[in-house]
Design a protein around this ligand. Structure first.
Ligand code: DAH
Length: 341
């Protein structure tokens, strides 16, 4: 016990007076005192020679000594760089390598915005298939075979099955929702649609729509107008004006198209509104009784309104994109511009 005390005293003096100047000196100290063949280990090895009745005292002595030896090392660990426990050769204080993140596609951002505006007033989201059958895309929507309204939309047919088409509008989802027969319904249906058009700045063979459908007892044209007016003010700002023009769609009666006051020139005339002060944004109307009947809904009890808008169109107005092709070219310079929006 006595020789242990003497040894430790000597080493303590050495440790107390030691001040490493650099990492090498510190490392030499570590090897000498704290290494696997170092002094601390060796002294602990001597415990076995200490008589039983002195073991407790010796244990305390050794632990204090060990703490001193380790404490000195930790106090100068900064010389090693890193966190000091061990020199990993990595400077964790350096800034990291930035991993570039992608951006949301502008159409998706606008689609999300449309959906969340309608969600706030109790609409929920519904989707349907992009390969659709004739019934859901045309016939059930009051467009029987040979109906001239079918010519309004140039259709892609699927060669494997004469009954299948690439849906030409999201109104097909309306049909699928009515088919489920859970009334009342209040849905917004975003999705991609296809038409056999030559690709240009103003037309594309695929684009995106958002359909809305609301069926309940006592739904009127006033509800339709107010709902769409709410949408427009949320989307384009409280000053935006709307106007409804009579129109024709086979699945609604009466039908209308809705224009908004031009968000670029405020109505004074510019290229977006073709100097009329108004831009068309959607088609709408009261669900045709024939369509309700097609799905076994009593048109004497239930009425409803529907609308359909082009997501590209809304995006074009909101961000003044003047060429539809930009949306699908994946040009990073185009997409990046929406990063901070
Ligand atoms: N499906 C029409 C189109 O693609 C848009 C539309 C018009 C949808 C009137 C509707 C509606 O639900 O009521 O041009």
């Amino acid at each position: 016990m006595q020789s242990l005390q003497e040894q430790i005293k000597q080493y303590e003096q050495e440790i107390n007076s030691f001040t490493p100047a650099d990492a090498t000196e510190l490392e030499n100290y570590r090897i000498k005192f704290l290494g696997t063949k170092g002094i601390v280990k060796a002294i602990f090895g001597e415990m076995k020679n200490v008589p039983v009745e002195q073991k407790k005292e010796a244990g305390q002595l050794l632990n204090t000594f060990k703490q001193l030896a380790e404490g000195k090392y930790d106090a100068f660990a900064h010389l090693q760089g890193g966190n000091g426990k061990q020199d990993t050769g990595i400077d964790i204080t350096l800034p990291g390598t930035a991993i570039p993140t992608g951006t949301r596609h502008p159409l998706r951002m606008v689609e999300n915005e449309i959906v969340s505006i309608f969600e706030k007033i109790g609409f929920s989201v519904a989707t349907g298939p992009e390969i659709e059958d004739d019934w859901h895309n045309f016939t059930s929507l009051n467009m029987p075979e040979h109906h001239p309204a079918r010519d309004m939309q140039d259709t892609f047919y699927v060669s494997q099955n004469p009954d299948w088409v690439l849906r030409t509008h999201t109104s097909s989802v309306q049909a699928r929702i009515m088919e489920q027969g859970n009334l009342p319904v209040r849905v917004i249906c975003p999705g991609r649609v296809y038409r056999n058009e030559t690709i240009s700045a103003r037309a594309h063979c695929f684009f995106h729509q958002c359909e809305g459908l609301y069926i309940d007892k006592n739904v009127s044209f006033a509800d339709l107008k107010q709902t769409l007016y709410y949408f427009v003010t949320e989307m384009f700002g409280a000053d935006t004006k709307v106007r409804f023009r009579p129109s024709y769609f086979p699945f609604t009666e009466p039908s209308a198209e809705m224009d908004i006051s031009c968000t670029v020139c405020g109505g004074s005339g510019c290229s977006l509104c073709k100097h009329t002060g108004w831009v068309e944004i959607l088609g709408c109307g009261m669900v045709h009784p024939n369509m309700l009947r097609n799905f076994g809904i009593d048109s004497e009890v239930y009425t409803g309104f529907a609308f359909g808008m082009g997501v590209e169109r809304i995006t074009q107005i909101k961000y003044q994109v003047n060429d539809l092709r930009l949306y699908s070219q994946n040009d990073i310079r185009f997409l990046k511009q929406f990063q901070s929006i």
